[in-house]
Design a protein around this ligand. Sequence first.
Ligand SMILES: *Cc1c(COP(=O)(O)O)cnc(C)c1O
Length: 254
Amino acid sequence: EARDAVDEARMQVAKLIGAGENEIVFTSGATESDNLAIKGVFEQLRDKGNHIITCSTEHKAVLYTCKHLEKKGASVTYLPVDKHGRIRLDELESAITTKTILIAIMMVNTETGVMQPIKEIASIAHKHNILFFTDATQAIGKIPVNVQEYGIDLMAFTAHKFYGPKGVGALYVRRKPEVVKIIAQMDGGGHEKGYRSGTLNVPGIVGLGKACELCRQEMDKEAQRLKPLRDRLEQRLLEIPGIHLNGSPEHRLF
Ligand SMILES: *Cc1c(COP(=O)(O)O)cnc(C)c1O
């Protein structure tokens, strides 16, 4: 029964993001997924190169993972953002070197809701034969995300940011048309296709799956509820002298 429940949850998660069931790796949350993706690619492609491109407004789970890898021989470019909190695509492209193995740019910012130009970033990455990882924790369950349409190789997210339980999340690892290979950060019994050993958190995973299913059905309605609340809060705050909007009025959630 437990096995069936996990299988069903895997299907629910995959369906929300347009992935295959065999492309979902269950983890303890986005922090672990970020670590697994970035460290996993770095170790896998160490012979090909050591350069990672990310940006200065990433979540600490990405920034400090990159800092950690700098001590292990990685070279990391932290792209700045413009006044609307977005990276510049020309700066991204000119930061690429022959040693670049990974571009790690979040989909939606944790504090400002600013959306990065994900499709454009993915196509620049693939043009240069570089893997593209996105921390989509603030996007999943709130806006439609299709990993194939966006051209994402690896994607992290966590259940409790969309009404699911705490302590469970997932990493999407692309398998089609080619398998994206990463080195596991947890060695053991080879669970989750060897990407993440350790007995599965069945109740957490079931909760993650259910949250994905509900979000798939209700996210449009929920966005319609949240947007006017956000707009009203923002409008009233902006009436206070000296307050300005930190972020982008255009490229953001909802
Ligand atoms: C919340 C958050 C995380 C961390 O998620 P955990 O479930 O606490 O590991 C990582 N990245 C982003 C963008 C977040 O908003």
